[in-house]
Design a protein around this ligand. Structure first.
Ligand code: MTE
Ligand code: HPA
Ligand code: MOS
Length: 783
């Protein structure tokens, strides 16, 4: 990767001037231009090697069935087919479940969802492979299927045991409260709709080695699983990821099966093998955001302050555990959102259904918890006749409070952030004008909501919070950077390179970042949990500090000065002697260090401090810190059709001291729109046999440019992280996803206006026009 302008001219003597593009500056994404011109290389853009074979996958047509018989002879004899494989052909590990078993690479005598892989075909072209797959003759013995969360709960049908968080005596607290409410909320899932679908290209190398090019957020896991499936040591497999065309969590675990299938065929045939899922297959065969069914029972006083709560969150996991244990945990961790639940019990179920195995998606279960907290606040507000914003203020955590999982709240600037947004969005004034508008208009109604987000940063599985980096300095002063994080459009490569530029105080275009590669930095965590920059930025900084120390030691000795006399400044290295300052360009200096036998290459490493969590006791500090934010949205609904527009959205997001404001604002706006899409127009539908019917862009509506708020203001809450993250920044990838809640709550506010805010209309998500219309009807009938 190069930054914008130039490649480094090794003969150029860099003038002494402030280095360009260091951290803190709004630098364009390293691939911004290439993304737009189409020059950025994705796996499918790589020139194919001669003899490359293409794969199509035979899928289950039943949600739950035993396979009575399977005749693949016609498939094998079809035009262009080279090989057909199924589970028995796997030489090594047959179950590729990422944390817990449960994901056979191909069906193991029975099928558990429509779309489950049963066999794979390699042919000379994709079309040939796809046609051949249709010739399979499979007989099923159909079994009863469980497709809904509520049925799974009734049958105690879970992929993992139920888990609980507890604080105080919720029963006593609720029973003693002057007011109580209970309710339920059904939250539908979400398709990732990354622009680049799942893809892997596997090239066999000498001695059974495998070079895997893949679109994965977790190269190390792909490496490990490919090696296990092929029964090879891990060091036989190299996994490389230059970039993804979006991952959003959908490529944390679910890039691996396709890589393993391609590797299995490449290993048998000694040919390069490519697998690329067609959009419809991708939508049917890969997991999505979990649906959740949440219930609550709350007690509160007349001011709207919570006194006790009893919460259940139940995720629709699909047929296997995948990451669901951690995802439902995160929903439980976030069922408080920004508020003190007081005495509480939070129960989390991991429901098994005969559907595709649901997986990570931006927020990782957190959103399905936070929506419940907002729904409760909204309910309380109408029950006590107060503005929902005031009820929200009233329930915010205070510093020193403890969460229901034992973490102490610190540095909680939420009240300040909310007040700032309240005034910048002119919330109170607009509340009045909306009231006036609604009084004056019979059919059009407006709604307003201001909702906070508090999101815990760190993998809740503590050991994952580590990262490595590799930095080389060459003798012309150019720097090669590699780290374990993957680039999926979020700007990680740009930000980490900015950190390195900052450490050496050199121009950003001095630094080249290469593809994520398991041969350069091993044993990596997935790029997930928004922690890519926190972890890899620190690991890269650590490598820079090590190299700088070597250079300083060398110079101090050579010029007989103290170490603190040496400074890296403005693309130069300065050595302050008693009577003069000796100056070298960075390039001259490192070339000299090289001839003096100083090693100019090192790895760097980082692991997050302070975090610990005892899951058995549900107690500890799972999160290093919280990222805060808030959004205020105004909507207008048509009470005759349920259609709506988002008139305006104002956002303030706390990114600490921003490493790159332009990229951070891009992440915030993108996440907000994706979150809004989840809660409004994106609706997944299955028929009664368990078949996904919303399986393409015609039936599944992601937001478009036309759905953006008419007025859209985003700003950063300018305050360094109190924790010692990289330059005191904060993670930004997932937290603003939940800002989309403001639109959903504004829609509910608009619907409630027809009852003069006396009725709490049900508002399951997504709040499609149909659901908005139902909510309006509900309010009309009850007022
Ligand atoms: N932004 C873009 N453009 N594309 C993506 O796939 N994924 C999101 C977020 N922002 C994503 C994105 C998710 S789910 C996560 S966890 C983070 O980016 C991961 O990257 P980070 O840890 O470097 O922020
Ligand atoms: N977030 C995202 N991905 C993860 C996590 C998490 O907390 N834990 C394991 N994978
Ligand atoms: Mo993001 S859901 O943690 O990949």
């Amino acid at each position: 990767m190069t930054f914008m302008s130039s490649k480094l001219d090794k003969y150029e003597v860099r003038r002494k001037r402030p280095a360009k593009g260091k951290s803190g500056k709004s630098i364009a994404h390293e691939s911004a231009v290439k993304h737009v011109t189409g020059e950025a290389l994705y796996v499918d853009d790589m020139a194919e090697l001669a003899g490359t074979l293409h794969v199509a996958v035979g899928q289950s047509t039943q949600a739950h069935a035993n396979i009575k018989s399977m005749d693949l002879s016609a498939v094998k004899n079809a035009d262009g087919v080279v090989d057909v494989v199924m589970l028995d052909d796997v030489p090594g590990l047959k179950d590729i479940g990422p944390v817990f078993a449960g994901d056979p690479l191909f069906a193991d005598g029975k099928v558990e969802y429509i779309g489950q892989p049963i066999f794979a075909v390699a042919a000379h072209s994709f079309e040939q492979a796809k046609r051949a797959v249709l010739l399979a003759n499979i007989e099923y013995e159909v079994l009863p299927a469980i497709l809904e969360i509520k049925d799974a709960i009734k049958e105690n049908f879970f992929v993992r045991p139920t888990h609980m968080h507890k604080k105080g005596d919720f029963r006593k607290a609720i029973d003693a409260a002057p007011n109580t409410l209970n309710g339920e909320l059904y939250i539908k899932g979400q398709e990732h709709f990354y622009l680049e679908g799942q893809i892997s290209y596997v090239v066999p190398t000498e001695d059974k080695g495998m070079h895997v090019y893949t679109s994965s957020q977790h190269p190390t896991e792909v490496q490990k699983l490919v090696s296990e499936v092929l029964d090879l040591p891990i060091n036989y497999v190299q996994v490389e990821v230059r970039r993804m065309g979006g991952g959003f969590g959908g490529k944390e675990t679910q890039a691996a099966p396709w890589a393993c299938m391609a590797a299995l065929l490449a290993n048998r045939l000694n040919h390069p093998v490519k697998i690329r899922l067609a959009r419809q297959d991708d939508m049917v065969m890969t997991g999505k955001r979990h649906d959740f069914y949440d219930t609550y029972e709350i007690g509160f006083d007349d001011s709207g302050k919570l006194l006790g709560s009893n919460i259940m969150v139940a995720g629709k996991c699909g047929y296997s555990p995948d990451l669901s244990d951690a995802i439902v945990d995160r929903a439980m961790f976030h069922s408080d959102n920004a508020y003190n639940l007081q005495d509480t019990q939070v129960i989390g179920h991991r429901c098994k259904t005969h559907t595709v195995s649901n997986t990570a998606y931006r927020g990782f279960g957190g959103p399905q918890g936070t929506v419940l907290a907002e729904y409760m606040m909204d309910d309380i507000a109408r029950a006590v006749g107060k503005d929902p914003l005031d009820v929200r203020y009233n329930n915010l955590y205070q510093d020193g409070d403890k969460t229901h999982y034992g973490q102490t709240i610190e540095n909680y600037h939420m009240k300040e952030l909310l007040s700032q947004l309240e005034s910048e969005s002119e919330y109170r004034k607009r509340r009045e004008s909306i009231t006036a508008f609604n009084a004056a208009n019979k059919y059009k109604k407006r709604g307003l909501a201001l909702t906070p987000v508090k999101f815990g940063i760190s993998f809740t599985v503590t050991f994952l919070n580590q990262a490595g980096a590799l930095v080389h300095i060459y003798t012309d002063g150019s720097i090669h950077l590699n780290h374990g994080g993957t680039e999926m459009g979020q700007g990680l490569f740009t930000k980490v390179a900015q950190v390195v530029a900052n450490e050496f105080d050199v121009d950003l275009d001095t630094i080249m970042v290469s593809s994520t590669n398991t041969e350069k930095v091993p044993n990596t965590s997935p790029t997930a949990a928004s922690s890519g920059t926190d972890l890899n930025g620190k690991a890269a900084q650590n490598a820079c500090i090590i190299l700088k120390q070597r250079l300083v030691t060398f110079a101090a000795e050579k010029w007989a000065v103290n170490e603190d006399a040496i400074r890296f400044e403005n693309n130069h290295v300065l050595i302050a002697k008693a009577d003069e300052t000796i100056e070298f360009t960075f390039a001259e200096f490192v070339a000299m260090a090289y001839t003096n036998r100083v090693s100019l290459s090192t790895t760097g490493y980082y692991s997050t401090p302070k975090i610990h969590y005892d899951r058995e006791k549900a107690d500890g500090r799972p999160f290093y810190y919280y990222a805060l934010g808030a959004a205020c949205s105004e909507v207008e609904i048509d009470t005759l059709t349920g259609e709506y527009d988002v008139l305006r959205t104002d956002i303030i997001q706390d990114v600490g001291k921003s490493l790159n404001p332009a990229i951070d604002i891009g992440q915030i706006e993108g996440a907000f729109v994706q979150g809004m899409g989840w809660l409004t127009t994106e609706e997944l539908n299955w028929d009664t046999s368990g078949r996904l019917t919303s399986n393409g862009p015609a039936t599944y509506k992601i937001p478009t440019a036309a759905d953006m708020p008419n007025v859209f203001n985003t700003s950063l809450f300018d305050r360094p992280n109190e924790e010692e993250t990289i330059y005191n920044s904060k993670a930004v990838g997932e937290p603003p996803f939940m800002l989309g809640m403001a639109v959903w709550m504004a829609l509910r506010d608009a619907a409630a206006s027809v009852s003069d805010y006396k009725v709490n209309p049900p508002m399951d998500t997504p709040a499609t026009p149909e659901r908005v219309l139902n909510a309006v009807q509900f309010c009309k009938e009850r007022s």
